[in-house]
Design a protein around this ligand. Structure first.
Ligand SMILES: Nc1ncnc2c1ncn2[C@@H]1O[C@H](COP(=O)(O)OP(=O)(O)OP(=O)(O)O)[C@@H](O)[C@H]1O
Ligand SMILES: [Mg+2]
Length: 261
């Protein structure tokens, strides 16, 4: 199993942000992590990436406890795009994406052809080839977001953790990123966990969905089962209904904008 965790709990001070969270990923699976603001999605991703030590339970990368692995060892297997990544403003896209290759090239070794190809592919996949020499401060929010996605891709890890990769993106690029996620999974067998707010995008792109509420796992299963559970309305405290769009496609959640009517 490429990635799993069992009974993971994370404390910030005395407050439990994640309580007994479990997840097991099949190779090449796409998992959407959904839940209200503050429900523990980013915390869960950081714990899966081995960036926060859990108070209880453990995360495993290819069967090895993440807590026992070095950063570099983890980075060879897993790429993580945080919700709010930071880098110096004067860094260029090309530099940022090159940095994504860091776990492969080592401290003093130079970049080989395979590294250059990975960088080129990462830039191209995010539509950034022509912007590669721009600095991060010269980019729009969406371009910056794509630069970070590109850096994560250049890492060419078998596991990709994405924290709201489509926030800031216009609808065209949202679809493009989701399409890219789908292709990475299906064509390259990349295992992907992605925190995402758009329920319909989550349902459309993922094989399975984990729904968090106040740090607790409320649902773990296929999109259609989630649609049938009634949990979306309950958890997000909205009114709405699932509408069938096509027989071979999962239904679409149509939220009622009650306060606007
Ligand atoms: N570094 C931190 N120190 C203390 N509390 C934190 C820290 N990071 C997150 N929290 C708290 O932990 C809980 C879970 O936060 P988390 O960022 O995991 O939520 P989330 O589901 O990713 O939310 P969002 O949808 O807003 O990104 C929240 O109550 C948050 O206030
Ligand atoms: Mg978050």
């Amino acid at each position: 199993m490429p990635l799993s965790c069992s009974q993971l709990s994370v404390l910030y001070g005395r407050r439990k942000a994640l309580n007994g969270f479990s997840l097991s990923m099949e190779p090449g699976e796409i998992r959407a992590l959904i839940g209200p603001n503050g429900s523990g999605k980013s915390t869960a991703l950081q714990a899966l990436a081995g960036l926060i030590a859990p108070a209880e339970g453990r995360a495993e990368i290819e069967g090895v406890a993440a807590a026992s692995m070095s950063r570099r060892a983890i980075a060879k297997k897993l790429a993580f795009l945080p919700q709010q990544p930071t880098a110096p403003d004067e860094m260029t896209i090309a530099q940022l994406v090159r940095q994504g290759r860091f776990p492969h090239v080592g401290l003093f070794r130079s970049y080989g052809r395979k590294d250059e190809e990975a960088i080129e592919w990462a830039l191209e996949s995010t539509g950034l080839t022509s912007l590669a020499d721009r600095t991060l401060q010269e980019l729009s929010g969406g371009e910056r977001q794509r630069a970070w996605i590109s850096a994560a891709l250049a890492q060419e890890a078998g596991i990709l953790l994405l924290d709201e990769p489509t926030s800031f993106l216009d609808i065209g690029y949202q679809v493009e990123v989701l399409d890219l996620v789908h292709r990475l999974s299906r064509e390259r067998g990349v295992t992907i966990v992605m925190a995402i707010h758009d329920i319909n995008q989550a349902i459309a792109v993922s094989d399975r969905i984990s729904l968090l509420e106040k740090g607790e796992l409320r649902f773990d299963g296929e999109p259609r089962a989630l649609a049938e559970s009634g949990l979306i309305e309950q958890t997000f405290r909205v009114k709405g209904r699932f509408v069938e769009v096509a027989p071979d496609k999962p239904p679409h959640f149509d939220v009622e904008l009650t306060k606007l009517s």
